[in-house]
Design a binder for this molecule. Structure first.
Ligand code: 1AG
Length: 138
């Protein structure tokens, strides 16, 4: 059973995504498309390095980082902003702080009941997503 974030995941719930996107300044037409997507994640980990790929039928987004090492993030195809991002562990939660134009922005990933949990936050809005594991087991 998946005890780590690594693997393939498919979204099964998505709460308050619209308000999160509004906080990011995403247009109504784009939000309408985004709201209908079933997002997938592929998370690869090699020691302190992570590659997180978010994919959908509409757009894809990949971020690569090392835990504890600040990096420049460009949210290409999302809100297209340049951020200074820093990911750290807090217990078994992987927490990213995204510093830039938007205040109190970031995300938290953790595993609970074999599901991948994600909170995306921006300026007081919190979007909560849950993903089921769809890694091939053989
Ligand atoms: C992320 O996840 C965010 C990944 O960093 C994308 C999740 C939600 C989309 C965010 C904002 C919406 C902006 C524009 C709408 C356009 C496209 C719809 C979504 C496209 C998905 C690729 C945290 C972590 C590591 O997993 O990235």
């Amino acid at each position: 059973m998946p005890a780590s974030l690594s693997g393939k995941w498919e979204m099964i719930s998505n709460v308050n995504f619209d308000n999160y996107m509004i906080a990011l300044g995403i247009s109504a037409s784009l939000r309408k498309i985004a709201a209908k997507l079933t997002l997938k994640k592929k998370i690869e980990r090699q020691e302190d390095q992570f590659i997180v790929k978010t994919t959908s039928t509409f757009r894809n987004y990949t971020v690569t980082f090392k835990v504890g090492q600040e990096f420049n993030e460009f949210t290409k195809g999302l809100d297209n902003r340049h951020l200074k991002s820093l990911v750290r562990w807090e217990g078994n939660k992987l927490i990213c702080e995204q510093t830039g134009e938007k205040k109190n922005r970031g995300w938290t990933h953790w595993i609970e009941d074999d599901k991948l949990h994600l909170e995306l936050f921006c300026e007081g809005q919190v979007c909560k997503q849950v993903y089921k594991n769809v890694s091939k087991t053989r």
